[in-house]
Every structure is written in C-alpha cells, then in structure tokens.
Design a binder for this molecule. Structure first.
Ligand code: AMP
Ligand code: ZN
Length: 482
C-alpha cells in the first residue's frame, strides 16, 4: 500500500515495525457534545483505512482514546475545559456528560458502519501513565514547572514543526481563538503537560501528582494511551487535519523526548468537511449530527457513501444538494445490485481474482475510496455471471462497509413481498403487498358472487379513489397502484 505520510510530506510505501502487524492509533472524540458529521468524516475514512489494512492481510491493533478531561476550548491550552463547559450547559456532572456523549458517539459509529477500535480508552483511566511520562520529562529537563503547571519546553527540540507543509490556516488553529497568552510559558509553543493552576478553579476531575492536585493536558493523553496499548513503536497515527498542529506536533515532541527514539512512522490526516461558511465546528454553534440527518429522512450510510466518493486529502464541501446527489447514486447502486440474481451461476474464480487485484491496487493508492466505489460499478459491468458479481461486491464491501448486499437483499425481499397473493375459494388476488387492499378486492368478488353489483361497483370506486386499478383475470384479479 502507498499512503501519504504527513510527517515526510510524501506518498510512501506503507511500512510497519513488525512485518504484517500494524499498531494504529486514532485520536478519539472529546465527549462534551454530539459528534458532528465533520468529525465523523474523519472516523469514516480512518475506519476504511483500518479495514483496508486488514483486507490487505495485516493484523491490526487499533487504539483510540476518549477525551474526557483536559481538552480546553483553545487547542493552545487556553480557556475552559470543554467537558466542564458541557456539564454546565446541561446541569450534569462531567462524568455523566462523558458517559452520555461516549454512548452517543458509538451509536453514530454503529449507524455509519464504523467498527469499534480494538482498544477504547477514556483519558481519565490512565492518569498514572501520564504522571510516569511527565516525571521523566521533568527529570531529563524537557519539562519545567511554572505558575503551578508543568510545561513542555519546545526549545529543547531540534525540530518542532514536523507537519509544516500544512496551510497557515491549519497551523493557526491552536492560537486563533483570541484568548490571552499564558505568561508562564518560556516559549510561545510550550504546552501544558499537567495543570494544577488554571483560570478556572472549579475543575471537576482532579488527581494527586508530584506537582500538586490537578489534571493532565490534552496532548499527553494520546501519547500515554498509545504507548500503553500500542507499545513504543507506533506504525500509524490518525486524526483530522486540525489535529496536526498543535496536538500531533506536541504528541511527537513529548513521546520522542520521553522514549529517546523515533515514535510514530506514519501520520494520516483527514481533511475537513466544510460548509459554505468554512470548517464545520462545534464552537460555531451550528453543526449537523447523524440524528439530524435521520430526522430529515437520510440514511446515515448515504452520508458514508458521500464521504467515500471523495479523497480524504481533499476538503469536502457539504451542501444538501451534494448529499442528495449521493443519496440518488447510492439508491441507484443498490437497485442495480438488487437486480442481480444470486442463483445465476457459480463464482468464476479467475474473474473474481482479477477484479479483486484491481480493487486492492486502486484502494492501495493512498486510499482512493472513489476508485473503490468505481470497482463496485466495474463488478456490475464485468463479463461474468451474477454470482461472481455479487461475490466481488460483497468482498469489496468488507472494506467500504456500505451494507450493499444487505440493502440489495432487503430490496429484493420487498419486491418479492410486493407480489403476494391471496386465494379464497379458488379466486386469486395478486397485488403489491397490501393485505388491506387484497381484502377489499376479495370483498368485491364476494359481492359480485352474491349479485350485489352496486356493492361491487362501490368497492371498485373506493379502490380507484385510492389510486388502485383492478384488472380481472381468469380465476381472480390483479391490482396495482397507478
Ligand atoms: P474532537 O471531538 O473535537 O476532539 O474531534 C474529533 C476528530 O474530528 C478529530 O480527529 C478532529 O481532527 C476531527 N475533526 C474536527 N472537525 C472536523 C471537520 N470539520 N472535518 C473533519 N474532521 C474534523
Ligand atoms: Zn490525540
């Protein structure tokens, strides 16, 4: 597989520390509110990446944190803890908020066919880990105490801006919230490892530490959790592009200073979902959720389809019109698959292998998901039988996760149900699967049999008023909606 690596700014052949095994880490959600569909774009693309790696034969250990402490309203360690903000907003405790929005996040993931990572670790569960790392950073001179907090000293590093090919806008994320600067910092980019003093004294969750009662900074969570569950060598670290700076930059700084060797080889960043007015974000107040899409009648998987149609390294513009186009294409694709006959022939292994190799290669070219979808259309058009087409589509969908076969089967079942028949006394009614209509048609037959033609005509008119047309056949009647 070839994957763009944000750390080297190149598309590279994917390498792992242990052959055939991938240690993968994903920055998880900050659980102070619902995830918006922009956040979920990142999780969808990371999910496809994980599934592709497994499909390509790797064994993957995927770890994700849940940020339930320490992420302040500004990524540059300023402002209020987001969790506390959520708790105040809803008059609940921080832990109640964390539980509610963690469950909501995984509900959304389930609806979008996003697999749960192998390890999911709330940040509040690894405090000892962070204290161990921070203690060593203090001992080795990479960290200092000032104003009651522990800071990482970025001037001790030879190279700090590892992702500096990103847009100015991305780099500015951490500092653009306009909050006043922390005068304890020796250097502008120094960041908090452990807070004991902050502008808000009412922090709900606090732990004892060698530097006083306090709580960890946001960046140390991901380093600590990853080192605990992925080990000292991480193969692949994922997140949205806004995480590249300062979050991932700071993760690298502290992890490599702590370990004394390179930490993560490959960095995968998903670009933003934007609205007409820019990046979709919670701080702007207006954001779209999966529940809202459902309320408006959208299938969450149509949103997944919409995301897969674009490359993860390009910003994606969300408009209702764009989503509607994706819905139409997704529905049409499912209808085409539903029209295939599962009984048609046996799987032709040669055609299967040839198409699979193409899918592997195209998706392996920097996770080209739109080509992955094209492979599904190619399978539909392949010169082969329907059994092979269906086998290919099912195989590709283990990576794309669009529930293509399930939805096609449901559509087929619906169509079969629509052809229900009801028979009474040798009279057969064939209709579009509505027992109430079948019953009326039978009543009309009974009326005619009893020579009650007025009643028979009345029923015909009643059906006509409902848009139903009856055609009398030999030994019965058929009806359809016109
Ligand atoms: P958060 O819950 O704010 O910590 O963000 C969760 C994930 O969503 C992170 O990986 C972010 O980088 C990512 N993210 C935030 N906003 C967007 C967006 N508009 N489009 C895509 N990913 C995003
Ligand atoms: Zn992180």
């Amino acid at each position: 597989m070839y994957l763009y690596n944000s750390a080297t700014h190149k598309k590279e052949e994917f390498q792992t520390h242990t052959p055939g095994h991938v240690e993968m880490y994903t920055c998880g959600p900050t659980v102070y509110h619902f995830a918006h569909i922009g956040n979920l774009r990142s999780y969808i693309m990371e999910d496809v990446l994980e599934k592709y790696l497994r499909y390509a034969g790797y064994d993957v250990n995927r770890v994700m944190n849940i940020t339930d402490v320490g992420h302040l309203t500004s990524d540059a360690d300023e402002g209020e803890d987001k969790m506390l903000k959520g708790a105040k907003r809803e008059h609940k405790t921080v832990m109640e908020i964390a539980k509610f929005y963690t469950d909501a996040f995984f509900d959304d993931c389930r609806k979008l066919n996003i697999k749960r990572p192998d390890v999911v670790q709330p940040a509040t569960g690894c405090i000892d880990e962070y204290i161990k790392i921070i203690s060593k950073l203090v001992d080795t001179g990479y960290a200092y105490l000032a104003g009651g907090n522990v800071y990482f000293d970025t001037s001790k590093l030879e190279h700090y801006y590892v992702f500096n090919d990103h847009d100015e806008e991305d780099l500015a994320v951490g500092v653009r919230e306009g909050v006043e600067e922390d005068t304890n910092k020796r250097n502008k980019n120094d960041f908090v490892l452990w807070f004991t003093k902050s502008k808000f004294e009412d922090q709900a969750l606090k732990w004892d530490s060698p530097w006083g009662v306090g709580y960890p900074g946001w960046h140390i969570e991901c380093s600590g959790i990853s080192m605990k569950y992925n080990g000292e060598y991480l193969d692949l670290h994922c997140g949205g592009i806004d995480n590249a700076f300062p979050h991932h930059t700071n993760e690298i700084a502290q992890s490599e200073s702590y370990l004394g060797h390179p930490w993560c080889a490959q960095w995968f960043h998903v670009h933003h979902l934007n609205t007409a007015s820019g990046k979709m974000s919670k701080s702007k107040g207006e954001f779209l959720t999966v529940s809202l899409l459902e309320e408006k009648g959208y299938d969450p998987l149509a949103y997944r389809f919409f995301c897969l149609q674009s490359h993860y390294r390009k910003a994606l513009v969300f408009t209702w019109e764009n989503l509607d186009n994706a819905v139409a294409a997704y529905d049409k694709l499912i209808a085409k698959i539903a029209a295939l006959n599962p009984e048609d022939g046996a799987v032709d292994q040669a055609v299967f292998d040839e198409n699979k190799a193409k899918f592997l290669q195209q998706m392996g070219n920097d996770l080209n998901t739109s080509m992955g979808i094209t492979a599904v259309y190619d399978a539909l058009k392949a010169k082969t039988n329907d059994a092979t087409r269906l086998a290919l589509i099912g195989d590709f969908d283990t990576v794309l996760s669009l529930s293509l076969l399930e939805k096609a089967a449901a559509k087929r079942a619906e169509a079969a149900k629509a052809q229900t028949t009801q028979t009474e006394g040798g009279y057969t009614v064939t209709g579009e699967g509505d027992p109430a209509i079948d019953a009326l048609v039978l009543q009309r037959y009974e009326a005619k049999k009893a020579k009650n033609f007025a009643e028979a005509d009345r029923i015909r008119d009643e059906l006509k008023a409902q848009g139903i047309e009856i055609v009398d056949t030999k030994g019965g009647a058929t009806w359809k909606r016109v």
